[in-house]
Design a protein around this ligand. Structure first.
Ligand SMILES: [Ca+2]
Ligand SMILES: [Ca+2]
Length: 332
């Protein structure tokens, strides 16, 4: 990724990217027009999910896929989309500004799968006793929403959005994705970046069990762990400083490494017997198996951050980090 600077635009490091990219600071003001009342106006619906007939420039790249839905308007540097299956809704984390700034303006949006913005700022830093700076990964365990936020994992009531405290991850610098297993354990990656977006050396995967964090893997050789998902009794981790995606056992052993064709890996999900991972370098969503090969299934999607999966509708949920939009695709 190349850096790009323009007048009136403040550059931030795309947390998930290999280098800098720019997020329009007007996004936050644009978001202010979003209301708590459901609105359909922010959604563009596509007539179908048919692929275009335009041929692509490379033999292996598929044709551009049209999103089923595009949400736009209330987002500011959206990092992650999570499907809340029990309540059949989409949750979006909005960093709103610099990914390492403790500015207490981050927020969580609630969307409905049929294209409504239910609540643009359901949980909002600085409001109703909420502290939230630069929210990134999201996971639900029991009645709690876990949100990574620079050096803390914050907890909120999944029904009301009320704050339930936070857990400081000692020595962390850039907490990124979060996942939970069926035993109530919560896992969080530290991508190991300083406030100047230089490697900090704190690269790690942490496990929180009964409120107590401990690192299960900690080394710069983790290459900036970003996306994380639970798969059976182990984890799958995507890196953004290398092309690697690998399995990680809970005692910290790495196995089944796959080299993804394009790097800058961000979110990953396990679905339909496959792994889907987003790539900033490839501007793509790739599909494959751990230890096997990965091939792109959605392309020409700039800055795809931490993806989610709607298991009820077989949909990929893609936050466009720089475009301040959320795109919904049929999961192929
Ligand atoms: Ca912020
Ligand atoms: Ca991420």
């Amino acid at each position: 990724m190349k850096s790009a600077v323009g007048l009136g635009i403040r550059c931030v490091l795309a947390i998930s990217a290999l280098a800098t990219s720019c997020a329009s600071q007007s996004a936050a003001s644009g978001a202010s027009s979003a209301q708590s009342m459901p609105t359909k106006a922010a959604v563009r619906e596509s007539p179908s999910n048919a692929t275009s007939s335009t041929s692509t420039t490379t033999a292996e790249a598929p044709s551009k896929v049209t999103p089923l839905l595009t949400f736009a308007g209330p987002f500011a540097t959206p990092e992650s989309v999570l499907y809340d299956a029990l309540r059949d809704r989409y949750l979006v984390s909005n960093i709103n500004g610099n990914p390492t700034a403790a500015d207490n303006n981050g927020y969580i949006s609630v969307l409905s799968p049929n294209g409504m913005v239910i609540d643009a700022r359901w949980i909002h830093g600085g409001k109703s006793g909420v502290a939230l700076d630069a929210p990134k990964g999201l996971a639900i365990s029991g009645d709690t929403l876990f949100v990574s936020d620079i050096t803390k994992v914050r907890m909120f009531d999944i029904s009301t959005g009320a704050p339930k405290g936070d857990i400081t991850i000692a020595g962390s610098t850039f907490l990124n994705d979060v996942a939970a297993d069926s035993a109530g354990r919560v896992f969080v990656t530290d991508s190991g970046l300083t406030a100047d977006f230089k490697p900090s050396g704190s690269d790690a995967v942490w496990m929180i069990e009964q409120g107590k964090p401990k690192s299960i893997a900690k080394s710069p050789t983790l290459s900036g762990p970003n996306g994380i998902a639970v798969d059976g009794s182990s984890l799958i981790v995507a890196t953004f400083r290398s092309h690697d995606i690998f399995r990680l056992t809970l005692d910290g052993q790495r196995t089944d490494t796959s080299a993804v064709p394009t790097g800058g890996l961000d979110g990953l999900i396990v679905a339909n017997g496959h792994v889907y991972v987003s790539s900033w370098e490839g501007q793509a969503i790739l599909k494959g198996t751990i230890g096997g090969t990965f091939t792109p299934v959605i392309t020409r999607i700039e800055a795809p951050a931490d993806i989610g999966f709607d298991s009820k509708r077989n949909r990929l949920l893609v936050p466009r980090f720089n475009a301040n939009s959320i795109e919904i695709y049929h999961a192929m």
